[in-house]
Design a protein around this ligand. Structure first.
Ligand SMILES: Nc1nc2c(c(=O)[nH]1)N[C@H]1C(S)=C(S)[C@@H](COP(=O)(O)OP(=O)(O)OC[C@H]3O[C@@H](n4cnc5c(=O)[nH]c(N)nc54)[C@H](O)[C@@H]3O)O[C@H]1N2
Ligand SMILES: Nc1nc2c(c(=O)[nH]1)N[C@H]1C(S)=C(S)[C@@H](COP(=O)(O)OP(=O)(O)OC[C@H]3O[C@@H](n4cnc5c(=O)[nH]c(N)nc54)[C@H](O)[C@@H]3O)O[C@H]1N2
Ligand code: SF4
Ligand SMILES: [Mo]
Length: 717
C-alpha cells in the first residue's frame, strides 16, 4: 500500500544506553522518538510508545534516521570553493574562516547594492522554518523565501487567515471521530505533512468514517472511499464550485451556522448558481452524478474533516480554489466542532520574527510584494518574497540586483520550477552560501558550503500541526557529527559576527520564552516529553472569528479591499486541453508531478541505501492502455516532454492512474554520479516546469501540476 504503515512498536529497555526523547523530522515531523546514545554516539532510534501522534510507530523514513545521521556522504566541515563554480574544487575551512569569508562578501554586497540585494532562502518547513524570516529581518533584507512559500501550505494559511481568521485542522483524537473525511488532492498516509502525521489519519480510519477522495490517481485511500472523484489535475476549482452548488441548491447546508456565522452567503449562492455538476463534468472529467453523490454524502455525514493537500497549491488559481474547498466544511457546520475542522489551541508565545527590526522603507522593497499581496502582506505570519521575481532580479537586475543568496536547506536546482532558469540565476551571484547535510547539485554551485546538523543533532521547540500547536514537542541534541551545526546556531553566530540587532539572543532563551505560557522550560519539555493541549471547541462563540466582520467571510472583505475577487471562481490552468487545444494536439496528456512516495523526501534520501534499495530509479506512472498506444512496456525508459523541456523516467504501469494523466516523480538527482550535476539534468521534474508565470494573482503561485505533456519510449543511442 502507498502508505507508511509499519507497526513496529518501540522497545524501551535501555540497558546501559542513555535514552533521550526527541521528535523525528525526517519529514515535516511529529513522531516521538527514543534516541539511544552510547559513548556519545546514537546507537538506536525507535518510536516512543508515549508519542501522542505516533504511539510508538515510525515510517520507513523515520526508521532510516540513523542512516541519515551516520551517512558517509554527510558534509562534516565548512568548504570554500577553490576552483570555478561547479568545478568541484574545495578547500576545507574552519568555522572562523567560514564566517570571515561570509562577512567580507556580505559587507561588499551591502556596500555596493544595499541590504535588499541579499535573499535568505530555505526549503520546506523544517525546524528552522521560523528562524529564516527572523534572520532576514536581522540582516535588514525584506527578501526571504522558499520554493513552498507560494506553493505549499502558505497559500492555505494566508488565505484562511484572511477569510476564516485562522487555519483549521482535522480534529483527530478529540471528543468524537469525524463522520466523514474528505481527502482533497492529499495523501497523508504517504506524506504526513505539516506536522499532521499519517498515523493519526490511519487511526482515525478505524472509527469507519465515510471517505471521499479527490485525486487523479486511485490511491490506497481512494480504494477505501465511499466516493472517489478521479478528476483532471488542475480542475479542483470547478469541482469544488459544483459541490457547493449541489449543497446550496438542495438546501442541505447547516442553516443555523451559515446564518449566524458566515458573511456573504447569498452572494456565494449567486456565484455558484451556474456551476452545476453538468457544467463541471466536462471540465473535471468526473461524471455529474458522482459529483452529486459526493456533495450529498458530505452534507449528510458530518461532522466533516477536510484533509486537503498541496496539489491545490501547485496550480495557478490557488487562492480561489482554496476558498471554494474551504467552504464545504462551513456549509455542513463542521467548523470548530468535535470530529470536524478545528482551529488550533496555539498555546506557545509568538515566535520573535522581529519585523520591527526592518525599516518600513525596506519592507516596501520586498520583491513581488507589490503584486502578490497575500503572499507577502495581509494574512501572512511569515511574509515572503516572490521567488520567481527574486530569480529574475538575479538574472537581470530588474527591479534591482540580487547578488547574495544564503540558503539554509534547499536544493534550489531541483525543487523550484524552471531548473534551467534557476541555474542561470545562481551563476550570476557574487555570493551563494548553502547550508546542507549533503553536497547537492545546488551546493556544488556555491561559493561556500556549511555542514548542517540533522534532526537528532539539534534542539528546537515545535508545535504540531503547524500554526495550530495542539501538541508541543521538543527536538533534543543527541550527538555531534563532525563540525556540523544546527541552522539556528549558524544564523546566531553569523549575526554576532556581523553585529546585527538581537544577535545576543540565545536559541534556548527563545525556546523558553515560547514555552513560558505553558509554565515550563525547554529542558523540562525535552526531559518530560510532548504536551497535548486539551481541546476547546466553538472558540468563536466567545469572540467571533478573527475577520473584519467577525464571521467566516464567504465573501471576503479583505480580498476585496486588496483588489481581488471576494468570491471564488473557476479558471483553466494556462496549458490544458480546454485552454490551449492546439498545444494539446502536440502534448496530449495532462501531467502531474511529485505525488509523494513513502521513501524519499522531495530531493532527499537518494544517498541512504535503506530507502534507495527498492527505488533505484525515477518512475513515471502511466495507465497500461495509454502506455500501449505508445509501445511503452513496464520498466522502459520513457521520455516525458513539455514545452519547457524533456526528462527520462522509468515506466510504472498502473490502472490506478487516470488514462489521460501522466504522473512523474519529482526531486530526482543521483548522488552517486560523478560531476557537479549528479544527473540533475536527467530526470528532474522541474526541467518540465517554468517559473516565468502566469501566477496566482494574490499568492504568486505557479504551475507545478496540471501541465501538458507527451510521452515516448526512449530510443536506444
Ligand atoms: N515539480 C515539483 N516540484 C516541487 C514539488 C512537486 O510536487 N513537484 N513540491 C514542492 C514543494 S511542496 C516543496 S515544499 C519544495 C521542497 O523543496 P526543498 O525544501 O528544497 O526540498 P528538499 O529536497 O526536501 O530539501 C532541500 C535540502 O535540504 C537539506 N536539509 C535537510 N534537513 C536540513 C537541515 O536541517 N538543515 C539544512 N541546512 N539542510 C537540510 C536536504 O539535504 C536537501 O538537500 O519542493 C517543491 N518542488
Ligand atoms: N514521503 C514523503 N513525505 C512528504 C514529502 C515527500 O517528498 N515524501 N514532501 C512533503 C511536502 S514538502 C509536502 S508539501 C507534502 C505534500 O503532501 P500531500 O499534500 O499529500 O501531496 P502529494 O502526495 O504531493 O499529492 C497528494 C495527491 O494529490 C494527487 N494530485 C496530483 N495532482 C492533483 C490535482 O491537480 N488535483 C488533485 N485534487 N489531486 C492531485 C496526487 O495523485 C496525490 O495522490 O508532503 C510532505 N511529506
Ligand atoms: S511520518 Fe515523518 S515524523 Fe513520523 S516517522 Fe515518518 S518521517 Fe518521521
Ligand atoms: Mo511542500
Amino acid at each position: 500500500m502507498d502508505t507508511l504503515a509499519r507497526p513496529a512498536k518501540a522497545k524501551i529497555s535501555s540497558g546501559a544506553d542513555t535514552v533521550k526523547k526527541s521528535t523525528c523530522r525526517m519529514c515535516h515531523g511529529g513522531c516521538s522518538t527514543l534516541v539511544h546514545i552510547r559513548d556519545k554516539k546514537i546507537v538506536k532510534i525507535v518510536g516512543d510508545p508515549d508519542g501522542p501522534l505516533n504511539h510508538g510507530r515510525l515510517c520507513p523514513m523515520g526508521s532510516a534516521s540513523m542512516q541519515l545521521v551516520h551517512s558517509p556522504e554527510r558534509l562534516t566541515h565548512p568548504l570554500i570553493r577553490a576552483g570555478e563554480r561547479g568545478e568541484g574544487k574545495w578547500r576545507r575551512a574552519s568555522w572562523d574562516e567560514a564566517y570571515d569569508f561570509l562577512c567580507e562578501r556580505i559587507r561588499n554586497i551591502w556596500a555596493e547594492h544595499g541590504k535588499e540585494a541579499i535573499t535568505i532562502g530555505t526549503g520546506t518547513g523544517r525546524h528552522h522554518m521560523q528562524w529564516v524570516p527572523r534572520f532576514a529581518n536581522m540582516m535588514g533584507t525584506p527578501n526571504s523565501g522558499n520554493p513552498g512559500r507560494a506553493q505549499c501550505l502558505f497559500p492555505r494559511l494566508n488565505t484562511m487567515n484572511l477569510t476564516f481568521g485562522g487555519l483549521p485542522w482535522c480534529d483527530y483524537g478529540g471528543e468524537r471521530p469525524p463522520g466523514v473525511i474528505l481527502f482533497w488532492g492529499h495523501n497523508p498516509l504517504a506524506s504526513s505533512p505539516d506536522g499532521e502525521v499519517g498515523f493519526q489519519v490511519l487511526d482515525a480510519l478505524e472509527s469507519k468514517p465515510k471517505i471521499i477522495v479527490v485525486d487523479p490517481r486511485k490511491t490506497w485511500l481512494a480504494k477505501q472511499a465511499d466516493v472517489f472523484l478521479q478528476l483532471r489535475p488542475g480542475s479542483d476549482d470547478a469541482l469544488a464550485l459544483a459541490m457547493l452548488n449541489v449543497i446550496i441548491e438542495e438546501r442541505t447546508y447547516d442553516k443555523e451556522f451559515v446564518e449566524r456565522w458566515t458573511y456573504g452567503f447569498d452572494r456565494l449562492a449567486e456565484r455558484v448558481k451556474p456551476c452545476t455538476p453538468e457544467w463541471a463534468a466536462p471540465i473535471t472529467w468526473v461524471p455529474a452524478e458522482k459529483i452529486r453523490a459526493a456533495a450529498r454524502l458530505w452534507a449528510a455525514s458530518g461532522p466533516g474533516a477536510m484533509e486537503w493537500g498541496v496539489s491545490i497549491e501547485h496550480a495557478l488559481n490557488t487562492t480561489q480554489t482554496i476558498r471554494a474547498i474551504s467552504m464545504l466544511p462551513v456549509l455542513n457546520g463542521s467548523i470548530d466542532v468535535p470530529g470536524g475542522w478545528c482551529f488550533g489551541m496555539l498555546p506557545l508565545a509568538p515566535f520573535p520574527y522581529l519585523p520591527e527590526a526592518l525599516p518600513d522603507e525596506m519592507k516596501k522593497k520586498c520583491l513581488g510584494a507589490d503584486r502578490f499581496k497575500v503572499l507577502s502582506g495581509a494574512g501572512s505570519p511569515l511574509p515572503s518574497a516572490h521567488m520567481p521575481t527574486v530569480f529574475k532580479s538575479m538574472r537581470s537586475g530588474d527591479p534591482y540586483w540580487t547578488k547574495g543568496f544564503l540558503i539554509f536547506a534547499n536544493n534550489a536546482l531541483s525543487t523550484y520550477a524552471g531548473s534551467r532558469d534557476v541555474y542561470e540565476a545562481l551563476g550570476k551571484l557574487d555570493l551563494l552560501m548553502v547550508a546542507d547535510l549533503f553536497m547537492t547539485p545546488t551546493a556544488e554551485l556555491a561559493d561556500i558550503v556549511l555542514p548542517a546538523a540533522a534532526w537528532p543533532e539539534l534542539d528546537e521547540v515545535v508545535g504540531m500541526p503547524y500554526f495550530s500547536e495542539d501538541v508541543v514537542l521538543a527536538q533534543q541534541r543527541c550527538e555531534q557529527v563532525g563540525e556540523c551545526k544546527q541552522d539556528e546556531v549558524i544564523m546566531t553566530e553569523l549575526a554576532r559576527r556581523l553585529g546585527l540587532p538581537h544577535c545576543e539572543d540565545e536559541p534556548e532563551d527563545i525556546y523558553d520564552a515560547m514555552l513560558a505560557p505553558l509554565g515550563m522550560t525547554f529542558k523540562e519539555l525535552a526531559a518530560n516529553g510532548p504536551v497535548r493541549i486539551p481541546k476547546q471547541y466553538k472558540k468563536y462563540e466567545a469572540k467571533g472569528f478573527k475577520t473584519p466582520t467577525g464571521k467566516i467571510e464567504l465573501y471576503s472583505t479583505r480580498l476585496e479591499a486588496l483588489g481581488y475577487d471576494p468570491l471564488p471562481y473557476y479558471e483553466e490552468p494556462p496549458e490544458s486541453p480546454l485552454a490551449t487545444p492546439e498545444l494539446a494536439k502536440q502534448f496530449p496528456y495532462v501531467l502531474t508531478t511529485g505525488a509523494r512516495i513513502p521513501v524519499f523526501y522531495n530531493s532527499e534520501y537518494r544517498q541512504l541505501p535503506q530507502l534507495r534499495r527498492g527505488r533505484r530509479e525515477p518512475q513515471v506512472e502511466i495507465h497500461p492502455e495509454t502506455a500501449k498506444q505508445h509501445g511503452i512496456k513496464r520498466g522502459d525508459w520513457v521520455v516525458i516532454s513539455t514545452p519547457n523541456g524533456s526528462i527520462r523516467q522509468r515506466a510504472s504501469l498502473t490502472e490506478d492512474m487516470h488514462p489521460g494523466v501522466i504522473g512523474c516523480q519529482h526531486g530526482w538527482w543521483f548522488p552517486e554520479r560523478e560531476g557537479w550535476e549528479h544527473g540533475i539534468w536527467e530526470s528532474n521534474a522541474n526541467i518540465l516546469t517554468s517559473h516565468s508565470g502566469p501566477y496566482d494573482p494574490a499568492m504568486g503561485s505557479y504551475q507545478l501540476r496540471a501541465l501538458l505533456c507527451r510521452i515516448e519510449v526512449e530510443k536506444p543511442v
